[in-house]
Design a protein around this ligand. Structure first.
Ligand code: SF4
Length: 213
């Protein structure tokens, strides 16, 4: 929220001056670096990377970071994008599973299907708005991604937004999107192995509304 406020202040100054050049916008970086969010976040800058080498090394690293002000086992300025950690199904020696297969595991008494969870999240979007999930090449979903990764978007999306459904040709599939289910976690934008999904804010301010449902 604070970084958004600082961005708004920078944009306001730029509007007043009519200057949207690189130098004028660099004020945002200065504002963030001079703000309390930098000193607060600096201490946890290596937290995620600490777990790159497993749970136990990560826990030891996280503990050390607490007492060293965020340094832990060493400063790791570069972090690999999340999707680069994903293994192809052949490398992981697993057979692809369909969304249906995974959803059958839930009994809807103690464990719940994704669509049930979407209902409990209170998510609402206008059904007739343009999709706020932009998939730049759906052929990749039906061909390379199906073959190499088994369409992981169906599984990492917690809201059943991505479904691979049968296409006209026997054995072929196509992507079906259910954007109005989206709970705005942005996992797909980060974890998609081909980087073809872009999440943009939906029209009308819709989204999840976690209340006492
Ligand atoms: Fe699914 Fe989250 Fe992507 Fe929405 S943002 S489509 S809920 S993975």
């Amino acid at each position: 929220m604070k970084s958004g406020m600082l961005a708004a202040e920078t944009a306001f100054d730029a509007l007043v001056k009519g200057d949207f050049g690189g130098e004028a916008m660099a004020a945002y970086d200065e504002r963030v670096r001079g703000s309390w969010i930098t000193s607060e976040l600096y201490k946890v800058r290596n937290f995620h990377q600490g777990f790159e080498r497993g749970l136990f090394v990560g826990m030891a690293d996280a503990g050390l970071q607490l007492v060293t002000g965020g340094l832990g086992f060493g400063n790791r300025p570069r972090w690999k994008a999340g999707f680069t950690h994903m293994k192809k199904t052949k490398e992981a020696h697993v057979a692809p599973v369909s969304l249906e297969q995974t959803q059958r595991r839930y009994d809807n008494e103690r464990t719940f299907t994704k669509v049930n969870d979407v209902f409990h999240s209170g998510t609402k979007h206008d059904e007739d708005q343009p999709s706020h999930l932009l998939v730049s090449d759906t052929n990749i979903c039906a061909t390379r991604c199906k073959e190499e990764f088994g369409n992981p978007c169906q599984h990492f999306c917690p809201a059943n937004v991505y479904e691979m459904v049968p296409d006209k040709a026997p054995g072929s599939v196509k992507l079906k999107l259910n954007p109005s289910n989206c709970v705005h976690c942005k996992t797909c934008d980060i974890a998609d192995p081909y980087e073809i999904i872009t999440w943009v804010p939906p029209e009308g301010g819709g989204g999840p509304n976690y209340l006492d449902l």
